[in-house]
Ligand binder design. Structure first.
Ligand code: FMN
Length: 309
């Protein structure tokens, strides 16, 4: 048996394979398979301070064989209803560690939301927070929070002040300053970095002669973004060798997971591919196990960063 155990800062997980925020329904998967045998933790859909209905329709476009575009926005019930209902009932009932993904449009909102989480959390299952900075910063005219090391530092500091839970920052690739944002996150108290969120993209509906998405642009995800994600994981691992990285972007097969680990990721998340294959985690674990046995690899963690130049 290959050892799948992994450590992300102080957080110990039985497996380095997780779902990516906003793309996975644990209830559907757990009806067929024991979640614990395949996933190290469940990452929630991003929760915001207030309820939001998200962006107008049309919000998704399938891009056959390369992935998808989405402009769903951070749709949800807001932190109070999520903490009362969704997090315990939808995510917390599986006897698995839960990583709560959060986002806000100002550092004050981040701080208040984290204080609320701390006061209402059930630490038995809530074992970490992933800060999603792919959102507009109201104090910067609505520019992307995650584009600026200074803005991200303020948001992470605000969250860190209110919680001792393990804190991950989910980086956006939609900036030229990914490594600087990663460094600023760690300096402000992040324990780990998740890389990457979706890549900005658009699609034209040639029949209507208009952009397919009502918002014109959205987030590109799926197999086409894997080289971009691997590029960022390599760069972050080189710049911040002591910071755990959770790699995400375009994972479909065991070979993709191996690429991320070898590039320096300690764990991975699977997003878009969950839609076309909700049981993807079963194949991933079985194929990784088979690969490790064939290659004489005793522990997946032995592979972390081996491809770093
Ligand atoms: C429909 C959809 C919804 C998403 N919702 C969120 C979200 O709520 N929070 C977040 O941090 N990322 C969200 N993401 C981004 C994914 O978590 C992931 O970072 C990205 O899709 C890249 O991974 P993938 O190529 O495996 O999908 C979403 C992606 C998709 C496709």
């Amino acid at each position: 048996m290959t050892n799948f155990h992994t450590k992300i800062g102080s957080l110990e997980l039985a497996s380095p394979i997780l779902n990516a925020s906003g793309t996975f329904n644990p209830s559907v998967f757990s009806r067929l398979f024991a979640l614990k045998s395949y996933l190290g933790a469940i990452v929630t859909k991003t929760v915001t301070p207030n309820a939001s209905s998200g962006n107008p329709q049309q919000r998704t476009v399938e891009l056959p064989s390369i992935g998808m575009l989405n402009s769903i926005g951070l749709q949800g019930k807001g932190i109070i209803a999520s903490m009362e209902v969704d997090i315990p009932q939808y995510y917390g009932c599986h006897d698995m560690p839960v990583i709560l993904s959060i986002s806000a449009d100002s550092e004050v909102a981040f701080q208040r939301m984290t204080a609320y989480i701390e006061a209402h959390t059930n630490r038995h299952y809530l074992q970490g927070i992933e800060v999603n900075v792919s959102c507009p910063n109201v104090h910067a005219g609505g520019a992307l929070f995650g584009a600026s090391p200074q803005w991200v530092a303020k948001a992470v500091h605000a969250v860190r002040q209110e919680t001792t839970l393990p804190l991950w920052v989910k980086l956006t690739p939609n900036t030229t300053e990914v490594v600087a944002v990663a460094q600023a996150s760690v300096d402000a108290g992040a324990d780990a970095l998740t890389a990457i969120n979706t890549v900005l993209g658009s699609h034209i509906d040639i029949r209507r002669r208009k952009p397919s998405l009502a918002k014109v642009s959205g987030g590109y995800s799926g197999q086409g973004i894997k080289p971009i994600a691997i590029h960022h994981v390599l760069n972050i691992a080189k710049a911040l060798p002591n910071t755990p990285i959770v790699g995400v972007g375009g994972i479909r097969r065991a070979e993709d997971v191996l690429e991320f680990l070898m590039a320096g990721a300690t764990a991975v998340q699977v997003g878009t591919h969950c839609f076309s294959d909700p049981a993807v985690f079963v194949d991933l674990v079985q194929d990784l196990e088979a690969w490790c046995i064939a290659e004489g690899v005793a522990s997946l963690q032995d592979l972390v960063g081996v491809a770093l130049p």
